[in-house]
Design a protein around this ligand. Sequence first.
Ligand code: PXG
Length: 292
Amino acid sequence: MAKYIYLNGELVAPEDAKISVLDHGVLYGDGVFEGIRAYNGRVFRLDQHLHRLYDSAHVIHMQIPLSVAEMEQAVVETVRANALRDCYIRLVVTRGPGDLGLDPRRCPRPTVIIIADSIELYPQRYYDEGLHVITCATRRNSPEALDPSIKSLNYLNNIMAKIETVQAGVPEGIMLSSEGYVAECTGDNIFVVQHGEVLTPPMSVGNLAGITAQVTMEILREMDIPVAAENFRILTAYTADEVFLTGTAAEIAPVVQVDGRKIGDGKPGEITRKIHERFHQITQIEGTPVYG
Ligand code: PXG
């Protein structure tokens, strides 16, 4: 449990970290968030996470009441106050308290929350043996209605899909676009490997621009492995040599079964393993220092 939570400029005890029931984050899911990790006393890719947060806020016409530099400082101070070196950081900015009505003009002050706490990691056997996943019946939100590249507090689309994975007894699920293209998973991006080439869906399909996916792209370039962002259908995943997922919580996770079809030889793939190894190295040396 966190010792201190950042709430609107103050570090308070968890029992005092309370927000109004009239906050539009509660009433309408009106707000944005980020899930960030710190490794070895450094916040990983904080600048990229803040960039995405401020972009999401900009798109929904929300002015975050802190500059990016002030927010960076607030994140670092929150981690430091909790004396954490390896942790999960949840940054939430809601529209703030208003009245019963959609109009965001009634919410003059956004609520800023930063929670730093220990992380619940995927069990090691997921990395050793690989994950089984399903394709969810719930389609990803259409980017023409609510673009999934906005990391908004409206996560019901993903939660509906997540419930399908829980019912199926698997840890993750693939979500297709309304056109039937592979988009992403409920909380991870997806990559497939075929004949030594890597494929991932383009952002235009309607997915989140994952930070871990961006780091993966950098690693692939470094390793001289060709990578393309192109639309593909679920059949491409069924017949791939390797499938893996990327996300702040999962890091780089091998998939060995999709909808009951064995992927490759049914064991985590070599390219997946190498990317994860390199990812691990990068997380140990990079990042915004918390302790000077
Ligand atoms: N797609 C979706 C829909 C996500 O929510 C990702 C991809 C991966 O993005 P990053 O930037 O993390 O590589 C996400 C991220 C949580 C949790 O608490 C969820 C995410 C990240 C961290 C924690 O469920 N989702």
